[in-house]
Design a protein around this ligand. Structure first.
Ligand SMILES: Cc1cc2nc3c(=O)[nH]c(=O)nc-3n(C[C@H](O)[C@H](O)[C@H](O)COP(=O)(O)OP(=O)(O)OC[C@H]3O[C@@H](n4cnc5c(N)ncnc54)[C@H](O)[C@@H]3O)c2cc1C
Length: 455
């Protein structure tokens, strides 16, 4: 069968992209290596869109939750993943959980039966030299293809592990305790006027208790196949560093030198004193709504992270946009290598989709697959792509991946309200509903205008 587009990877993103393209009338070749003699370390079956771990798509509440909103937006765009999810759904309160076998079988059936989709069980080892292509090979992309991606994008543009430091919503940081300053007040052209870091001060007692908390906190084990995870310089888990000695962190990420706490100002030290230790947060997105805890990548369990990190002065009420982690995960430095339409800047016939673009999670991966599919539909039809508004979940996630995130610290990201243009004038209690109602209205407008975009 001749095809109009080649999609590589039949996971959540690749299956969704194939569906969108086929439904729009284009012939798709979908290459999936499982079932053709290859397997990833996490998958168990040959089924398309296999869920490798939990069976949950998280909250289905589209009024108060960003991922629930993304479900709603996907449904409005006739998502295959949401269709299959409806058929496979099992009771899970306000969450959307599925029977994983029924779910995968439904996706498989829809694509197998589709007259315009040809599923081929084959591993692809190089980026196709010509022809519209979508790469959706996921966090466990086969090594040969990963190496070819590195050849095309350049060394250091494809990561094989994530080392995620927790990310905090800026509005939940107590600025009566913290202060903004760069170490030694050093500045660059990109610097903010006051400084680039939010600093949380610690006394000796607070630091020692925190150090003990890191040592005692419950940690997540590496999976069998992740055990050879190397600790790269600069992304060692904070608790591993802490185990090297009680003061190691004070000479590393918690170094207080050059940071004058203005709350400790005295006539003798009018600018303030250096605290015993400091936790620093650095801006993580252009909107300035998300800040990451510098050097705090960790294998502590999520509950232990929340409990311990809220003992840090100034973070007692912190809400986390995401918690720390360290996993095997193949992903691009998308803000650098991809354009706003998910295409490689130096090979524009290749588009990426799914977790390999640096989103995180089943729903987000499928959503970016859906967007990549629609972008390809526009391109094949000779129409100009009009991006979804940044005020909706699709638009916020896309904008983050393709340019709004800081490239230097880019790590995989779940959808969350911190990615949305802020609505600070709305009272905090009503803010979630304000985000979702604005998103729903703006997506509706985008949908109604989409067909009108001229060639
Ligand atoms: C171990 C693990 C556990 C996870 N648990 C969760 C969780 O519980 N909840 C959650 O929301 N997210 C989880 N994720 C994150 C992520 O959401 C999922 O990995 C998700 O499946 C990503 O979707 P995807 O379509 O991008 O990739 P995948 O679903 O992994 O699909 C990629 C497909 O490409 C195929 N492929 C790879 N290389 C090639 C090649 N060269 N040629 C042809 N085919 C190829 C693979 O076989 C696979 O089918 C987990 C990730 C991992 C690694």
């Amino acid at each position: 069968m001749n095809h109009d587009i080649h999609i590589i990877g039949g996971g959540l993103a690749g299956s969704e992209a194939a569906w969108q393209l086929a439904q729009a009338g284009w012939q798709v070749r979908l290459s999936e290596m499982r079932g053709g003699g290859d397997m990833t370390p996490a998958h168990q079956t040959d089924g398309l869109a296999e869920l490798v771990c939990s069976n949950s798509f998280r909250s289905d509440d589209s009024d108060k939750n960003a991922v629930g909103l993304l479900h709603d937006e996907m449904r409005r765009l006739d998502s295959l993943i949401m269709r299959a999810g409806k058929i496979a759904r099992v009771p899970a309160g306000s969450a959307m959980a599925v029977d994983r076998d029924v779910f995968s079988a439904e996706v498989q059936r829809a694509l197998d039966e589709h007259p315009r989709v040809n599923v081929i069980r084959e591993r692809v080892d190089t980026l196709p030299a010509i022809g519209p292509t979508i790469i959706a090979t996921g966090p466990l992309t086969a090594q040969s293809l990963a190496q070819d991606i590195v050849k095309t994008t350049g060394q250091d543009r494809l990561a094989f592990f994530d080392a995620i430091a927790p990310i905090v919503h800026r509005e939940t940081i107590d600025m009566d305790i913290c202060w903004i300053q760069s170490r030694w007040n050093k500045r660059t052209e990109a610097s903010n006027e006051d400084g680039d870091y939010i600093n949380c001060p610690m006394t000796k007692e607070q630091y020692l208790a925190f150090h003990q908390g890191l040592m005692d906190g419950e940690k997540t084990e590496f999976r069998e196949w992740e055990r050879d995870t190397p600790y790269f310089d600069g992304c060692m888990p904070i608790e591993v560093m802490a185990a090297r000695g009680v003061d190691t962190l004070r000479f590393g990420p918690m170094k207080p030198v050059g940071l004058d706490n203005p709350r400790d100002a005295t006539p003798e030290f009018p600018q303030g004193r250096w605290p015993h230790a400091v936790v620093q947060l650095r801006q993580d997105n252009k909107l300035g709504t998300l800040w990451n805890m510098v050097g705090f990548q960790t294998k502590l369990k999520y509950g232990a992270q929340i409990e311990l990190f809220r003992t840090i002065p100034g973070l007692q009420n912190a809400e986390f946009a995401r918690l720390g982690g360290l996993h095997r995960n193949t992903f691009l430095n998308s803000p650098i290598v991809l354009d706003r339409e998910l295409r490689l800047k130096n090979a524009s016939h290749i588009r990426f989709a799914g977790q390999v673009t640096g989103c995180e999670g089943y729903v987000e991966s499928a959503a970016i697959g859906l967007m990549a599919g629609l972008m390809a539909v526009s391109e094949l039809s000779g129409r100009r792509w009009k991006a979804p508004p940044r005020t909706c979940a699709f638009g916020a996630l896309l904008a983050h991946i393709t340019g709004d995130a800081e490239a230097e610290t880019f790590q995989p990201m779940n959808v969350n309200f911190g990615l949305f243009p802020p609505l600070l004038k709305v009272k905090k209690k009503q803010r979630k509903e304000a985000y979702t109602s604005r998103a729903k209205a703006d997506l509706g407008k985008w949908l109604s205008e989409r067909e009108l975009v001229p060639a």
